[in-house]
Design a protein around this ligand. Structure first.
Ligand code: FES
Ligand SMILES: [Fe+2]
Length: 389
C-alpha cells in the first residue's frame, strides 16, 4: 500500500482525512450478523477459556460461539479435545451444563444414551435394533481444531486453515516477558452488554471517550486524559517530543505501578519485565475477534468477547495472578479487579448508549476523527474478512 493510499501512514498516527464509520444497519441487521458469524466468527480462532479450568481427565466445559455449541473435554491421556456439543444420532446436545466431570469417562447423550469415548469415537448404542454396518466416521463426534497458546484455549469452528498467529493483531512479543502459562484465575466476571460485538471493539480501539467516561482511569494514565493512547496520536507531538512526563509519553502516573484502586502493586511482581515495561505499566495484546489481554507488573487481565445476537454481546473477564499472590493472605486482589471492573462497567454503559442511538432511521453511518485510526483499521479488517469467499 502506498503512503498516499494509507490514511494512517506517516509519523502522526491519526487519520489524515475524514472517514466514514460502517453502515449503521451492520450493527443491528440480522442478515449482516449471520454473515459475520459465518465469515468472521466461524473462520477465526476464538478464545474459549484457560486450559487449567479443565484440569482433570474427564472434566469438561461447554461454550456457545454465535449459534454453535462447543464441548471441550480433557481425555484420559491428559490432552484437551474440542467437539461440537452435538450427538451424531439425532443431534441432541450432549452436555447441557457449562462445566462438569463425566462420570464414566465417556460422553453419554442424555436423549437415547449413545455414548462416546473421550477421543470422540462412538462407544455404544444401547438400543437392541441396530444396523449391522455403521461406519465409524459417520458416528464419531464432530471434531473442532483446538490450540493451547500459553494456557489460553482457542478453537477454530470452521477448520479454516488459518494459523493462530494470524489472529493476533498486536505482536505476541508484547507480552513475551509475562509467564502466562503459569498464571491462575483469581477472579471472574461475566456480563451481557446490549450492543453489537463491533461496538465493543470500536470502543476498545479509541480513547477519545476516556476523559468523559473514565475519570479514574484517566487519572491513573495521564495520556488518556488527553483523549489519546500514544504520543503520536497528537498531530503536534513533535512540539512535545522532549517532554518525558506520562501525559506525553504514556504510562502510569509517577506514583503508580499497576491498574488498581490506589495504583499500588499487589506485590509478587513478574520478575522478567524490563524497566520500560514496568514504567509503562500496561501492555495490550489483541486476538480478533474474541480476545484481548492487558498485562501489568503484578497481574494480567484476559477479556473474552462473544456475540450473543445482533444487539447483544457477552464480555467475560478473567483476572490472572501468580500462584504466590493468590496464596498470600496479606494480598487483597480485589484492589486490582475492582478498578478494572469499574472501567469495564463505564465502557459497557457507553456501548449500550451507542447501540441505542444507532437505530435512528436518519443515521446511515458515523464519522471517524483522526484519533480513531484503530477503529478505522478494525473496519478495514472486518471488510477484508467479509470479502474472503
Ligand atoms: S440424539 Fe443422542 S442418542 Fe439420540
Ligand atoms: Fe473505555
Amino acid at each position: 500500500m502506498s503512503a498516499e493510499a494509507d490514511p494512517t501512514a506517516g509519523e502522526f498516527y491519526g487519520l489524515k482525512k475524514l472517514e466514514h464509520s460502517l453502515p449503521a444497519s451492520w450493527y443491528y441487521d440480522p442478515a449482516q450478523y449471520a454473515l459475520e458469524l459465518e465469515r468472521v466468527w466461524y473462520r477465526n480462532w476464538v478464545y474459549l477459556g484457560r486450559a487449567d479450568t479443565i484440569a482433570e481427565p474427564g472434566s469438561y466445559r461447554t461454550f456457545t460461539v454465535g449459534t454453535q455449541p462447543v464441548l471441550v473435554v480433557r481425555d484420559e491421556a491428559g490432552a484437551l479435545r474440542a467437539f461440537f456439543n452435538t450427538c451424531r444420532h439425532r443431534g441432541a446436545m450432549l452436555c447441557p451444563e457449562p462445566a462438569g466431570r463425566l462420570p464414566a469417562r465417556t460422553i453419554t447423550c442424555p436423549y437415547h444414551a449413545w455414548s462416546y469415548r473421550l477421543n470422540g469415537e462412538l462407544a455404544r448404542i444401547p438400543s437392541a435394533g441396530r444396523p449391522h454396518h455403521i461406519d465409524t466416521d459417520g458416528t464419531r463426534l464432530y471434531t473442532i481444531p483446538l490450540k493451547d497458546w500459553k494456557g489460553f484455549l482457542y478453537a477454530n469452528l470452521g477448520d479454516s486453515g488459518k494459523g493462530l498467529s494470524e489472529n493476533f493483531n498486536a505482536n505476541t512479543e508484547t507480552v513475551a516477558h509475562w509467564p502466562l502459562e503459569d498464571l491462575v484465575v483469581g477472579h471472574r466476571l461475566s456480563k451481557r452488554i446490549q450492543c453489537n460485538w463491533k461496538i465493543f471493539w470500536e470502543n476498545y480501539n479509541e480513547c477519545l471517550h476516556c476523559p468523559n467516561v473514565h475519570p479514574g482511569l484517566s487519572s491513573l494514565v495521564p495520556i488518556y486524559r488527553r483523549g489519546i493512547m500514544e504520543e503520536r496520536d497528537d498531530p503536534n507531538w513533535r512540539a512535545h517530543a522532549a517532554k518525558a512526563e506520562p501525559a506525553y509519553k504514556g504510562g502510569l502516573r509517577s506514583d503508580a505501578a499497576t491498574w488498581s484502586i490506589d495504583g499500588r502493586s499487589l506485590g509478587h511482581e513478574f520478575p522478567g519485565l524490563t524497566a520500560e515495561e514496568r514504567r509503562l505499566g500496561y501492555h495490550y495484546m489483541t486476538s480478533m475477534p474474541s480476545h484481548y489481554l492487558v498485562a501489568h507488573v503484578d497481574h494480567v487481565r484476559s477479556s473474552r468477547i462473544l456475540p450473543l445476537g445482533p444487539e447483544e454481546t457477552e464480555l467475560s473477564i478473567e483476572w490472572l495472578f501468580p500462584h504466590a499472590t493468590l496464596a498470600d493472605k496479606n494480598v487483597d486482589i480485589r484492589k486490582a479487579w475492582e478498578f478494572s471492573a469499574q472501567v469495564m462497567a463505564e465502557d459497557g454503559a457507553v456501548c449500550e448508549l451507542n447501540q441505542r442511538g444507532l437505530r435512528s432511521q436518519r443515521h446511515a453511518h458515523g464519522l471517524l476523527m483522526p484519533e480513531e485510526y484503530d477503529v478505522f483499521r478494525l473496519h478495514q479488517w472486518l471488510r477484508a474478512e467479509l470479502a474472503r469467499s
